[in-house]
Design a protein around this ligand. Sequence first.
Ligand SMILES: *Cc1c(COP(=O)(O)O)cnc(C)c1O
Length: 353
Amino acid sequence: MGLADKLASPQIKELEVYQSARRIGGAGNVYLNANESPFPAYKMPTDESWQRYPDFLPDQVARDYARYAGVSSASTLTVRGADEAIDLLIRCFCQPQKDSIRINSPTYAMYEFIAKAHQVAVIDIPLNDNFSLDMDQKLANKNKSKLIFLCHPNNPTGNLLKVKDVLSLAESHKDDALIIVDEAYIEFCPDCSLVGKIENYPNLVVLRTLSKAFAMAAVRIGFVIADESVIELIAKLIAPYPIPDPCARIALNALSDEGIAFMLEQRDRIISIKAKYQEKLADLVSVKRVYPSVVNFLLTEFEDSQTIFAELKKNGIILRDQNHIPNLANHLRITIGEETEMERLISCLSQLE
Ligand SMILES: *Cc1c(COP(=O)(O)O)cnc(C)c1O
C-alpha cells in the first residue's frame, strides 16, 4: 500500500469514480455520448498574450452573461463549468457527516458523486414513471436536506419538470433549503427557465453552462444565478484565479450579439435534426421506445441495449450507456450529432436488424 493510499480520507478511497464520457472513453469517429454540440463554436481569439494573472473573476463575462440571461450581474457568478458550481454549493452549505442533499433519480450523476466525496448524505426521491417530480409533501418535508438538486430539463431523461412543482418545492422549503435548478440545456427550451422566479423565490439557485448549446464544452465556463446573498457566499470559496483568461475571452465572443445569434441558429439546426431522427429511430425494430425530448439528446429504450451498444462501438459510434441506472435497463442516451453522423447511426442500426 502506497503512502497516498494510507493517508487518503476513507470516503475518497471508497468513492466510485464518476464515469464521465471521456473517462469511459471508447475510440470511434461518431461521438454521440456526451451531449456536446456537433458544430464548432463561434470564433476563437488569436494573437493574445497570456503572461499576467487573469482578473479574480472576469467581470465582463458575468455582465455579458447576465445580459443574455436577463438577470443582474450581481446575481451572476462565473464558474468553471456547472460541475464546479455543484461542488462549490455542496461545500458551502453542507457539513460532512451531518447534512444531506436531495436528488430525484434518474438524474445527472454529479450531484450524488460530489456529495459523497464530501461525506454529505444523499437522499433520493425517485421521479415518477413519467419522470415528473414526486410531490408527496410528507416525503419531501420529512428529510431536512439543505440542497435540493433539480435538473430542468433533466439529463438523461430529456424532459422538463413542471414549473409549478419546482415553485411549490421552493415555497415549502423557503426557510430551510436551497432549490438548485440545473438548466444546462435550457437554450433548447428558453421559455421554461426559472431565472425570472428568483426575485420572488430567493431560495432558487439556477446553474447554467456554455458547454452544451453554446458548443464550448472544452472552454469550461458555467454560471450560478442566484440571490446576491448566495452569490457572495459561494464567491468566498472560489479559487484565487478561477477562470483562465483565454477562456474568458472566448466566452465574451460567444456572448456577443453575433455569438448568441450563431448559437441560436445552431440550436435550431440541432432541433430539426432531432425531429427527423427521432422518427427514424422509432421506426427501427430494435428500438422499443424513444422518449419525448426537449433537449439535444434522446433517451432510447432498446430490446437489447448491450448488443446494440457493443456493435455500434465496433463501428466507431459511441453512445452513452444507461443500462446500469435503476429503471433504465436497456436504455441508451443518444446525443444529436450532425446529419451525416445520425445517418451513419441509423444505417448501422438497420444493418443490425
Ligand atoms: C453537461 C452537464 C453539466 C456539466 O456542465 P459543465 O458546465 O460542462 O460542467 C451539468 N449539468 C448537467 C445536467 C449536464 O448535463
